[in-house]
Design a protein around this ligand. Sequence first.
Ligand code: 16G
Length: 246
Amino acid sequence: MSSFADRIGAIDQADHAPLYRQLQRVLREAIQGRVLAPEDALPAERELAEDLGVSRITVRKALDGLVAEGLLTRRHGAGTFVASRVEKSFSKLSSFTEDMISRGRRPHSAWLSRAAGQVTPEESLTLSLSPGAAVYRFNRIRYADDSPMALEYSTVPAFALEAAEAVEASLYEALERTGHRPTRALQRLRAVLFTAEQAELLGIAAGDPGLLIERRGFLADGRIVEVTRSYYRGDTYDFVAELTAI
Ligand code: 16G
């Protein structure tokens, strides 16, 4: 059986770049060239170090960088894997939770805030609510397995939920329970550069590119039931849409 080093190719002896950078380049090329496929497991760090003839520190540093780039992902207790980019349909009214589960990923969120409040003047226009109307706000970091994928800021009119705490793992599940899951939505997509604060939450570098999708979700009777801004990491998402000839 060939060793991992044989599969990914050797580190170039004549290259003067730091070893961890050379290892990153070799691994990056193997991933991009599909020598290593999405979901492939990497050998344990100690094994990799022995196999490649470099120190464990070099291996760790190289892998840390590729995890931060979104090319590799670490799963607690299971090891390091080649990350699979998430393909997201731009025309399906699905939830983050559903999107991740359908791709075999484990969704979870970290709350930044979950609270009742009142509409801001701007929200009152976007949600078509009278000034002073009650709303719930849900701000979350959204993860697939252990990788942070997106930051999400949702505002929902109070008529759609019993309490902010009604939303646990999934907003759409909570809206479904009260019969207020949106049946139609309008979306706007825009390229963004992450601010230092956003980048820190997502474990990436300030100024890294991302995609902002603003969704306005409607009930069948035309009432707006959600306004959400989702900031997706540009390095982990592919947006796909099916187009048909008119
Ligand atoms: C998606 C939606 C977002 C919705 C969320 C609910 C896009 C662009 N955005 O992220 O509008 O609030 O799913 O997800 O798809 P949840 O039910 O898992 O909380």
